[in-house]
Design a protein around this ligand. Structure first.
Ligand SMILES: [Zn+2]
Length: 86
């Protein structure tokens, strides 16, 4: 019984709470200072949420950049190809 993934009480509630605000936080839409502080504190201490935030950030950047470069079409083609491959 040492599997960390099976101990919901110690980690998960914090992570779930952070995750709730993570998207808004990464998007800069989280204006409530308490929530921002809470998330930043949690990210400081929780590696999995930290990397999750990094991923969200990167996705955001890509979305923003791709929006400028008419990438939706490229993305659409890629998705179509993915679907065809299935
Ligand atoms: Zn966490």
């Amino acid at each position: 019984m040492t599997d960390k993934s099976d101990t919901p009480e110690s980690v998960d509630s914090d992570c779930l709470e952070a995750f709730d605000h993570l998207y808004a936080y990464v998007n800069g839409e989280l204006t409530d200072k308490k929530s921002v502080a809470m998330i930043e504190h949690h990210l400081d201490h929780c590696r999995s949420c930290f990397s999750r935030a990094q991923i969200e950030r990167e996705l955001n950047e890509r979305l923003k950049n791709s929006g400028k470069n008419t990438a939706p079409v490229a993305l659409e083609n890629r998705l179509k190809k993915l679907i065809e491959d299935f």
